[in-house]
Design a protein around this ligand. Structure first.
Ligand code: GLC
Length: 488
């Protein structure tokens, strides 16, 4: 428990299960619950996207926030609800409703939507007279909140002591060149020479430059983003702020993801009854039209794109299938050229490959609870959620040692008594192939070693409790910096 309960306002574009595009949603959905359990007053604000079903969610507009926007007054109708114990504010208004999706082309068109959201969320809690100790911004989208506080603290005593924390889930989505949207919200591009010229009207750069504390979603990624390879052009700015930058691994919601209680599984199981797990495998094989039996089953649940390494997978898997008895089940959608290459793989090995180009949470859970191995050959991976779920569900991860994957999966051959999976370094087919072959050899030839490995993976603890404490410490640091600067 931290010294005193804190008031924390979380801002994000997504929060599972209400709004979910990717892994960001799982974090914004579950971290507040973990912090709430530790006694903090955490509240989440989300854009009230027009696709949300207000009636179904029981959303009632309780406050009309008046915003100065461009050259007129814009209203932000704000609704509230509780999700579990956590209060949620849904911030509406025409800049948000004009668009029908969470993200539009990743960057520019989103400027007005998210700048409006961030500023209105701040104004909402101001009007409610609920003064946060911490405004915690997830990814660049609500980044204008950090910039606003940095530039308005002096003139508005309400915000004088509120500290800001910025969590980087993916440095690549920066929302650059949105000066026009900033301007609508009454903000000017920064003139700070530390920020690269092209980032001075970009939300990622502004959030990094002005946050009291910054963290990336794994220690590995926090180190990688300082390099030219992973820094996405912001490595120098990040280096300037290195004292304020740390890495905190995401937790996994162990209640939501529990193979012993998961109703999606025909045969729930735990580490004590691991032998029963095979029922799930045989059922899934039958369901997907794969030969039912003991051949190793490789699972994929992912966006099938370059970040996730499926161009590499498409180059590597033909050789693997040719040289082994492996079966493959894939679930997800992605870039057309990658899906085409995977389709060709299925044509080549129709008996052993099952492609499922769709989103299907129930099938995802069956894959986690049935496959022997789970593949994540990511080009970069800030944290990664799939490997954590896979481990909990007894599917041994085969991953590229990058970012959060490097931090969470220990290679079985490098650390035989501690291994929780198989890893490879170079982003090359030969390296991935070798890791896959080592994995399959272990499965085929050393059943006891495989079982021990599977058990260790299941017992690795990635629940939120440790990470939530680290966030508490980060909040304390941010507040200490704020106090020091405020005092001056
Ligand atoms: C982003 C990252 C992913 C991470 C997630 C949650 O989606 O790509 O690695 O797990 O955010 O932090």
């Amino acid at each position: 428990m931290s010294k005193k309960p804190l008031k924390i306002l979380m801002l994000g574009a997504e929060a599972a299960p209400l709004v979910k595009v990717g892994g960001l949603a799982d974090v914004v959905g579950s971290l507040p619950i973990a912090l709430k359990q530790r006694g903090h007053d955490v509240r989440v604000a989300l854009p009230h996207f027009s696709f949300l079903d207000a009636e179904k969610l029981g959303l009632k507009v309780t406050k009309m926030v008046e915003m100065a926007w461009a050259d007129h007054v814009e209203y932000a109708p704000c609704a509230t609800m509780h999700f579990g114990e956590v209060p949620y504010y849904f911030v509406g208004g025409s800049p948000i409703w004009r668009d029908k999706q969470v993200y539009r082309d990743g960057q520019r068109v989103d400027g007005a939507k998210f700048v409006f959201f961030a500023l209105a969320a701040l104004q909402l809690v101001h009007e409610l007279d609920w003064k946060p100790d911490i405004v915690h911004v997830h990814d660049a989208h609500p980044g204008a909140a950090i910039y606003y506080l940095a530039t308005h603290r002096q003139s508005d005593p309400f915000w004088a002591e509120t500290a800001t924390v910025f969590t980087i889930h993916n440095l690549v989505f920066q929302l650059n060149h949105i000066g026009e949207s900033l301007h609508m919200g009454g903000l000017l591009p920064s003139e700070d020479a530390n920020i690269p010229f092209w980032g001075r009207d970009g939300l990622m750069s502004l959030a990094i430059n002005y946050a009291d504390m910054i963290n990336a979603v794994s220690p590995g990624y926090a180190a990688e983003i300082l390099t030219d390879e992973y820094g996405a052009g912001l490595q120098k700015l990040l280096a300037l702020r290195q004292e304020r930058l740390t890495g905190i691994l995401n937790g996994l919601d162990y209640q939501a993801w529990n193979p012993a209680t998961d109703s999606a599984l025909l045969q729930p199981f735990s580490v004590e009854q691991l032998a029963e797990r095979v029922v799930n495998k045989h059922t899934l094989q039958a369901e997907l039209g794969l030969p039912v039996g003991d051949d190793p089953l490789l699972g994929v649940v992912s966006r099938l794109d370059h970040q996730k390494g499926f161009d590499l997978a498409a180059q590597t898997l033909p050789a693997l299938l040719k040289s082994s008895n492996a079966q493959l089940v894939m679930l997800g959608t992605g870039q057309p050229e990658i899906m085409t290459a995977l389709y060709q793989l299925q044509e080549q090995f129709p008996q052993r490959v099952s492609l499922n180009f769709k989103f299907d949470l129930q099938l995802a859970k069956r894959i986690y609870g049935a496959s022997d191995f789970f593949l994540m050959p990511s080009r970069y991976e800030p944290c990664g959620l799939g490997q954590l779920i896979a481990m909990r569900y007894g599917s041994v991860p085969v991953v590229r040692a990058v970012g959060g994957l490097r931090d969470t999966v220990l290679d079985q051959d490098q650390q035989p008594n501690q291994g929780t999976g198989f890893t490879f370094d170079a982003y090359e087919p030969a390296a991935f192939l070798t890791a896959l072959q080592r994995a399959i050899r272990c499965y085929n030839e050393q059943p006891q070693a495989f079982l021990d490995l599977q058990r260790r993976a299941m017992l690795a603890d990635f629940s939120w409790s440790i990470s939530a404490q680290k966030y508490e410490a980060l909040y304390e640091q941010a507040m200490a910096h704020r106090q020091a600067e405020h005092g001056n």
